[in-house]
Ligand binder design. Structure first.
Ligand code: LLP
Length: 416
């Protein structure tokens, strides 16, 4: 791992986290380039071309992160025109982009067609018709994969489970053959593959393989209907360890997927991993403002809040919180809470920590869905981000200023 203690001080690779906080201020996101590379290689070494890995940009879309992954040969899974623009700005290849999302606009479709993306992951019959129209207007063919909902229970938090038929995502398995036939008829649609994504933070291979079997059966049916299917994209969703969970063995999963797909033959496999690439490669540094001794319990009031890291408030997600400087003092039972005016504004509840005003804490495994989900609630500028490479730290996003936050706002004169 790339975050370790040396002589009681937390380091990101060879950089002291305390020094990073002193230089760049807090709250501060710190990423380890080496850890991102290691995570990527775990996938890429087991699964070389023609199989394709499309990093899910939503997990962490900083240009430096995207640039690094582009250099490693990544494709990208995007969900908006904004994410496409980021991929291009970071030097990513458009012909390795897959476009997911349930409500793509005409403008987003046109932009993606103009860039020549690899394919659209189409989520409904209505979207397919609209994409055909947009492609016709631009006199091009739109490459398409049908996102099918395999109706499996991913056994994860209900807010991040997407593969059940009660979710809004994907085309129902029972409708997939008809919609594929329709795709064949549409003059500006080029059907290439099928895809699914059953949820996120999934810790066992079973639901993925269950979904894969259903998708492979569908592909066999479609081929029987005379419809050529060239790729199967199994989406993202591979979980990481936040609290001593045992995540699934990535290479075993990839190899098993490959084995099952080979039985059918003629398929390129794709994945859209997000969290498993960047999650454990980032931490959030925060400074304790006050220690408040309460009647029933104590609070550590820190300078990072739910606007900086929303996962605990939104999903009751657990993130380990550790001191940047270890101390010999005996730990207290505390809630680690932010400055935002909401009861739900916590980073961790009932933790054993010894820290007092001025001390630094590190919120671990914050590299995925940390900064990207942050907001300006309570007019709080978003944090700075730093990428560590060995003993060098690079500022990859400046801290926002307060005046950035009212850019574009207008005062309206009040009638007297
Ligand atoms: N592909 C699609 C179509 C997706 O919707 C997602 C994530 C991914 C790939 C990447 O999944 P991953 O490998 O990162 O699990 N904000 C939540 C997670 C939401 C995931 C949304 N979709 C969280 O903080 O846990």
């Amino acid at each position: 791992m790339s975050f370790n203690y040396h002589d009681g001080v937390l380091y990101a690779e060879q950089c002291s986290v305390a020094e990073l906080a002193a230089q760049y201020g807090t709250p501060l996101y710190v990423y380890s380039q080496q850890q991102i590379m290691n995570n990527w290689q775990q996938f890429a070494t087991v699964w070389p071309a023609p199989h394709r890995l499309c990093y899910a940009v939503k997990a962490n879309s900083n240009l430096a992160v995207l640039h690094l992954l582009a250099q490693l040969g990544a494709g990208f899974d995007i969900v908006s025109g904004g994410e496409l623009a980021r991929v291009i700005a970071a030097g990513g290849r458009a012909d390795r982009v897959v476009f997911s999302g349930v409500a793509k606009s005409r403008a987003e479709m046109a932009e993606a067609l103009a860039h020549g993306i690899y394919c659209f992951n189409v989520e409904s019959a209505a979207e397919l018709e609209q994409l055909n129209e947009v492609a016709r207007a631009h006199q091009v063919m739109a490459p398409v994969s049908l996102r099918v909902n395999p109706d499996v229970d991913a056994q994860t938090h209900p807010y991040i489970s997407t593969g059940l038929k009660t979710n809004k995502f994907g085309i129902a398995m029972s409708q997939a053959r008809d919609i594929a036939r329709r795709a064949q008829e549409l003059p500006n649609i080029q059907l290439q593959g099928v895809d699914c994504h059953i949820g996120s933070q999934i810790l066992t291979a079973a639901p993925f393989l269950d979904a894969a079997d259903r998708m492979l059966a569908l592909i066999a049916d479609l081929r029987q209907d005379g419809i050529a299917i060239q790729h199967l994209n199994m989406g993202g969703g591979i979980g990481i360890s936040y609290q001593h969970e045992q995540p699934l063995d990535v290479s075993a999963y990839l190899l098993e997927l490959q084995r099952r797909a080979e039985a059918l033959g003629g398929l390129t496999l794709m994945l859209e991993p997000g969290r498993s690439i960047v999650g454990n490669a980032g931490l959030l540094v925060t400074q304790v403002a006050y220690h408040k001794a309460g009647e029933d319990k104590d609070f550590l009031l820190v300078d990072a809040g739910m606007n900086d890291l929303m996962r605990p408030a939104l999903y009751q997600a657990y993130h380990e919180i550790i001191p940047v400087q270890q101390s010999a003092a005996s730990p207290l039972l505390v809630d680690v809470v932010g400055p935002v005016c909401e009861t739900g504004d916590f980073l961790g509840l009932a933790r054993h920590l010894s820290a007092s005003a001025g001390d630094l804490l590190a919120v671990m495994n914050a590299g995925a869905y940390g900064f990207t989900m942050s907001s300006n609630y309570n007019t709080r500028p978003r944090a700075a981000e730093v990428m560590v490479i060995g003993d060098q730290a690079h500022l990859i996003r400046e801290r926002e200023t307060v005046s950035d936050l009212w850019k574009g706002e207008r005062i309206v004169e009040v009638p007297r």
